[in-house]
Design a protein around this ligand. Structure first.
Ligand code: FES
Length: 295
């Protein structure tokens, strides 16, 4: 019996190497910078955070991409099913229509990534744009009655968007571009009250880093009241103790996410998940904290 694990086989290593490779292609930084600036300057207003998925609590892009991918995969099957031609044509068109919002949400997320993830994202987007163009050609061919060409272009489009999806999955799960980086906080935080020191040691309105057991937290003193949040930003783990405080919010120094001090809710993205907030109490002038549900 072959005891070699699947993930140690040469083809598996080559596949993972291929998915990892774009993150190292520094030449992609040349177009990535101006492109990110262009995306950031789009006049999206409050729709920018809506596209990010702040209202949903996690990125919206992965949910939206199900629409075009589902349409196109179904079209691929119907193309080879007796009587399925017309439905396949409709699904190819529906995929093209729904690809727009999915792509816009993706670009908005992409613009605030760091350079290695941006490079992977750019290759992911290029594969998907190629797929969209191939599907547009497929639809055109279908409308002119050139069924074989329409099918072939559709299959080529499916291959392109599948490659894009593989890179998107790698970007999300291997390179952790979208997850809530603070999700582990309840498991890392001490289960009981833990002291952070005398209240008078915390300067008013200035974020201050402390350790609560093994977990870094940031303390913001507001008069006699102290707000305590997890130190690492839910977006990409930026150090919130180096951020700024304004209007009852703490702003991350890396990409500008703003979290309400009172409850950690996202007031401005790119973070989509709220920042964990600790309960506080003051005993004999000493600040103590605990996280409800921790441990
Ligand atoms: S790390 Fe990106 S906003 Fe905080």
């Amino acid at each position: 019996m072959d005891t070699t694990s699947l993930h140690t086989r040469p083809w598996s290593r080559r596949l993972r190497g291929a998915l990892d490779a774009p993150a190292h292609w520094e030449i992609l930084d040349i177009p990535a910078g101006p492109l990110a600036d262009a995306v950031e300057s789009l006049p999206l207003g409050p729709y920018r955070d809506a596209l990010r998925g702040v209202w949903l609590g996690h990125p919206l892009h992965p949910a939206l991409v199900q629409l075009p991918l589902g349409c196109w995969m179904s079209a691929g099957l119907l193309d080879f099913t007796p009587g399925g031609r017309r439905s396949a044509d409709v699904l190819v068109a529906a995929g093209l229509l729904t690809a727009g919002p999915a792509a816009l949400a993706g670009w908005v997320d992409w613009a605030r990534l760091d350079p290695p993830r941006r490079r992977t994202g750019l290759v992911h987007a290029t594969a998907n744009i190629t797929g969209v163009l191939l599907y547009a050609g497929s639809l055109l061919a279908r409308s002119r009655g050139r069924r074989v060409r329409g099918r072939v272009l559709g299959l080529a489009g499916l291959a392109a968007v599948s490659a894009g999806a593989a890179l998107g999955g790698h970007l999300s799960y291997r390179q952790a571009a979208g997850p809530d980086r603070a999700a582990a906080v309840p498991r890392l935080a001490p289960a009981d009250w833990v002291g952070l020191g005398p209240v008078e040691n915390f300067p008013v309105g200035e974020p201050t880093r402390r350790m609560a057991g093994e977990l870094a937290v940031v303390v913001v003193r507001d008069g006699e009241r102290c707000h305590v949040l997890a130190e690492r930003c839910a977006h990409l783990s930026g150090p919130l103790s180096e951020g700024t405080v304004a209007d009852g919010c703490l702003r991350c120094p890396w990409h500008g996410s703003e979290f309400r001090l009172r409850d950690g809710e996202v007031v401005q993205g790119p973070a989509t998940a709220p920042q964990p907030v600790f309960e506080t109490r003051v005993l004999s002038g000493h600040l103590e904290v605990r996280l409800p549900g921790a441990g």
